[in-house]
Structures are given as structure tokens and as C-alpha cells.
Design a binder for this molecule. Structure first.
Ligand SMILES: *Cc1c(COP(=O)(O)O)cnc(C)c1O
Length: 396
């Protein structure tokens, strides 16, 4: 289905021009095909289409031209053979895991994960007979020890939410493949700009397109990317029959956002680097975690694995929860929100929001302290953000 004649062009150029399907009117901007279904000129055409002998569309739960443009453009940028769009990031995580696994299988994943991803693996999959083992994701021996004869998938996110700990995707892929398991990477925090998990050995990449891909806080969306055979056999049938379909309207918004993805993510990460350095120099701030700083505990792995840092900064303020809340309540530009990847800088206190489901001991073991804050850096001027966090640190 991809119609791009530009295989030799740079990724940024392909994010603007790639995978476009122009209608008979030759419009400049991509068309929003807001339609549930499609009509056929003759009964024979409908029959041929249902037999897969005619390449047209049938019904938007199966495929839609605007959704296809989004899928094909993102696949080109990721370097994947195929992409399946989904209604949300969690539909992508769920769809990938349910598509790949069946009762009797076993999955290995790190303890440190986005809360809902952990729920899928720890609470939901076991109901359907898929056992799971959770490990310290930075400990390769722990991954090795967790593999069983029936381990069919490993799931991880890197950098991980909210502490920005990084996992060695290539090494984990080697361990998983040696045990006969596939590797699914949630690449949201790295973004498709700064990390290419498929090149590192992962089999499937998932995104919440809600985050940097939209980047302007409007639509929920998700994507599953990987090899064509794997997706066509294991994942696409599940999505088409069970129905977590991306709306063509949301696909259109996300498709147009891909045009500015590199521009936004690079600027946001450059600003995040400046804000991280400024935070590290502030009196009320006790620690800063940023994948672009030399003091990140895994700086060497980051240099090997990532093409750039992240738009996310985690840091600890003095005074535990009270200090963190005082900091949040003093902010004037940065907004308090558990979302991320937005043009607006957003900040959250993971211990009382995104990771409040975990027991206090478990949060402590994962490094999610009561004074930790997670900042998603937006498109504001760096100096305004630095001034804002500086005055907020003054009240801690
Ligand atoms: C937000 C997020 C998700 C879930 O995405 P939704 O679009 O909210 O369903 C999954 N993984 C990570 C790392 C996320 O940040």
C-alpha cells in the first residue's frame, strides 16, 4: 500500500511527503476520509474485495485511507515493514501482547513500567492463562534467569517511566531470542526520533501516539510496528476482529503531526537538556535524572543505544511529598498534568498519581521517591521554563 517514490530521501522529508494517497482532486494536504464504509460499483467488485482479489477498502474497522497514510508514514520513519494503528497506546500494548500470546505462554517484563502496561502483564494476562515474571529490567542476569521453555514474549519500555532508567534492548533481545521469545518495546519515552528498537533487535515496537506523535494534546492514538509477516499473522487479525480501531479523524490529526515530529522533539529535548542542567544547580533539588546528562547512571548505554536524549526530565526535591507539592503549586508556566509529550510543559508527582497503585515499599525499591517529580518539557522558551522552576524551587 505505501505509495512513496522517495526511498532515497531523508527521514524528515519522508515525514512530510511520505505515504500520501491523493484523491482525484490532487489536494496538497492529506485528506480526511471520515467514512465508516465504502460503496462498490458492482456486486462482483464487493465479492473480489472480500476475497482480497481487489485492493480497495471495505470498512474502516479493517482499513481506511487516512489511517493507512498515518500507518505507512510512521512505518517508513520507524524503519518497520508494517504498522497497525490503534485507538490508544494501551490498545497497542494490549493488542500486541494478546496477538502474540496464548494460554500456557509466559512473559517476562521489568517491574518498572507505565502503570497500565504493568496491569496488562501482571493482572490481566494471567486471567487468560499467560503467566508473567517481573524482573529488575537493568539486570541482564535476572532476564536470563526468568526465561522458561514457554516464554514467548518479553516486554519493556526504555527509558522507563518515571525514573528514566534505561534498559539494554540489544542484550535483552539476544537473551529473549536465545530462549525463543519475541521482544516488544514501548518506545514512547525515547520517541521514534531518538531510538530505533527494531534496529537493536526488538521484534515489535509500540507507541502511544497520544504523546509526542500528536504532541499538541488533542487525540488519543496508538501504533504497533514490526515485520509484515508477524503483524499480518498475529496482530492485524486480532485488531480487525476485536475492534480497537483508530478513528480516521484522529489518524488525520496524528498524520499531520508527523510533519513536525522531528522539529518538535529535537527542540523539546534541547530545552529539556537546558532545564535539566538548571535544575541540577538549584538548592532545593537533590537529584536530576536526564538521559542526556553525563551523570545519568547509564550514560554509556545511552550513548550506545539512543540517537538523542528525551523530552522528559525526572528530579527530586528536598522535603519529600510536602516539598514536591509545594514545588508543583508554585509553578506558573509548567502545568500539573499526568500527560506528557505535549507542546505545553507538564509535570506530575508519580508517587501520588501514575504510580500510586504500587505499594510504598515497591515504589521505594524502584526509586520512585516521595520527592520525585517527572517533567515533560514542551515548546516554551527555555529561559521561561528555567525561571519558572527556579522560582518554584525557592519555596521548597
Ligand atoms: C501514555 C503511555 C501509554 C498508554 O498510552 P494511551 O494513549 O494513554 O493509551 C503506554 N506506555 C507509555 C510509556 C505511555 O507513556
Amino acid at each position: 500500500m505505501p505509495t512513496t517514490p522517495f526511498d532515497d530521501l531523508h527521514p524528515e522529508t519522508r515525514l512530510v511527503h511520505g505515504a500520501i494517497q491523493r484523491s482525484q482532486f490532487g489536494e496538497t494536504s492529506e485528506t480526511l476520509f471520515l467514512t465508516q464504509g465504502f460503496v462498490y460499483d458492482r456486486a462482483e467488485t464487493a465479492e473480489a474485495r472480500f476475497k482480497n482479489e481487489d485492493p480497495g477498502y471495505q470498512y474502516t474497522r479493517y482499513a481506511n485511507p487516512t489511517v493507512a497514510m498515518f500507518e505507512d508514514r510512521l512505518a517508513e520513519f520507524e524503519g518497520a515493514e508494517m504498522c497497525c494503528a490503534t485507538a490508544t497506546g494501551m490498545a497497542a500494548v494490549h493488542g500486541a501482547m494478546v496477538g502474540l500470546l496464548k494460554a500456557g505462554d509466559h512473559v517476562v517484563a521489568p517491574r518498572l513500567m507505565f502503570g497500565a502496561c504493568r496491569w496488562i502483564i501482571e493482572d490481566f494476562l494471567p486471567r487468560f492463562g499467560v503467566a508473567s515474571t517481573l524482573v529488575d529490567g537493568t539486570d541482564l542476569d535476572a532476564w536470563r534467569a526468568a526465561m522458561r521453555p514457554n516464554t514467548k514474549a518479553c516486554f519493556l519500555e526504555s527509558p522507563a517511566n518515571p525514573t528514566l532508567v534505561v534498559m539494554d534492548i540489544a542484550a535483552i533481545a539476544e537473551i529473549a531470542h536465545a530462549a525463543g521469545a519475541l521482544v516488544v518495546v514501548d518506545n514512547v519515552f525515547a520517541t521514534p526520533v531518538f531510538q530505533k528498537p527494531l534496529k537493536l533487535g526488538a521484534d515489535v515496537v509500540v507507541y502511544s501516539a497520544t504523546k509526542h506523535i500528536d504532541g499538541q494534546g488533542r487525540c488519543l492514538g496508538g501504533a504497533i510496528l514490526g515485520g509484515r509477516k508477524l503483524l499480518e499473522e498475529k496482530i492485524q487479525p486480532f485488531l480487525r476482529m476485536s475492534g480497537p480501531t483508530l478513528s480516521p479523524f484522529n489518524a488525520w490529526v496524528l498524520l499531520k503531526s508527523l510533519e513536525t515530529l522531528v522539529l518538535r522533539v529535537e527542540r523539546q529535548a534541547a530545552t529539556a537538556a537546558k532545564v535539566a542542567d538548571a535544575l541540577a544547580a538549584l538548592p532545593g533539588v537533590t537529584r536530576v535524572f536526564f538521559p542526556g546528562r553525563a551523570d545519568h547512571p547509564q550514560a554509556e548505554l545511552i550513548a550506545r543505544q539512543m540517537l538523542g536524549p528525551s523530552t522528559m526530565v525526572a528530579f527530586e526535591v528536598a522535603g519529600g511529598k510536602a516539598g514536591a507539592f509545594a514545588f508543583l503549586n508554585a509553578l506558573k508556566v509548567v502545568r500539573i498534568s499526568n500527560n506528557l509529550g505535549d507542546a505545553k510543559s507538564l509535570i506530575t508527582h508519580p508517587a501520588s498519581t501514575t504510580h500510586s497503585r504500587l505499594k510504598p515499599e515497591e515504589r521505594a525499591a524502584l526509586g520512585i521517591t516521595d520527592g520525585m517529580l517527572r517533567l515533560s518539557v514542551g515548546l516554551e522558551h527555555a529561559d521561561d521554563l528555567i525561571a519558572d522552576v527556579t522560582q518554584a524551587a525557592g519555596v521548597v
